[in-house]
Design a protein around this ligand. Structure first.
Ligand code: ZN
Length: 213
């Protein structure tokens, strides 16, 4: 195995082989429990965007909006009126931002491929959403820390990502077949993250994580 073997979330070098399939290796961090693919298996930027272009969601797709409502509804319950937020990794059809705007929020968009406006990353927000994003991050530690620093006190970060349940479940898990998925969080990983940053963590349902600054 080549490449760096430290954890891309907590930088710990105490990592162990977790699984391998026909295409990739998977390591697990002994400190934060992140399961991750070593950088040698990352797609290059062009191949990565080609994958994303295949997954065209529609902003008005009822099923997609229903999926996103599992984050939007509890988030809106926690926000003040006319809250200002960022949809980080909004993709090519920012349906969540549309839903939150309809509820009276002001929502900025950022996506490294589809909305690469870096200036929105210099602002402060009442909330930040990252739906189906963190599993794609090559440097999740750095990215999550940067997002966290953009939150106002008592602000909320809402994350949607499927969680690792067990090694047995991981072996047959469809989620790891997407070649752009390189980081797999578990509930333990979010507990570690919340402790590290001294924040309140709420897990809502199978794949919705709410963190309050
Ligand atoms: Zn780690």
């Amino acid at each position: 195995m080549s490449g760096e073997k430290h954890c891309p979330l907590c930088e710990c070098h105490d990592v162990a082989r977790y699984h391998e399939d026909a295409r990739r290796d998977y390591l697990r961090c002994c400190n934060c429990a992140l399961v991750f693919v070593p950088p040698a298996f990352y797609l290059d930027r062009r191949a990565e965007q080609a994958e994303y272009d295949l997954h065209q969601n529609s902003i008005n797709d009822a099923g997609y909006r229903q999926f996103l409502s599992r984050l939007a509804t509890p988030l809106l319950q926690r926000l003040p009126d006319a809250a200002r937020g960022l949809d980080f990794g909004c993709g090519n059809a920012p349906a969540l931002a549309d839903m939150l705007r309809q509820a009276g929020c002001h929502v900025a968009l950022y996506d490294t491929f589809y909305a690469p406006e870096e200036s929105v990353l210099d602002a402060r927000y009442d909330f930040i959403c990252a739906t189906e994003v963190v599993e794609h991050l090559h440097q999740p530690g750095r990215e999550l820390q940067r997002l966290w620093s953009m939150l106002e006190p008592e602000g909320w970060m809402g994350v949607m990502t499927k969680l690792v349940k067990s090694h047995d479940a991981f072996v047959s898990w469809h989620y790891k077949r997407d070649p752009t998925h390189v980081c797999f969080f578990s509930e333990d990983t979010w507990v570690w993250w919340a402790q590290e940053f001294g924040v309140r963590l709420e897990r809502l349902g199978a794949d919705v994580i709410m963190l309050q600054r």
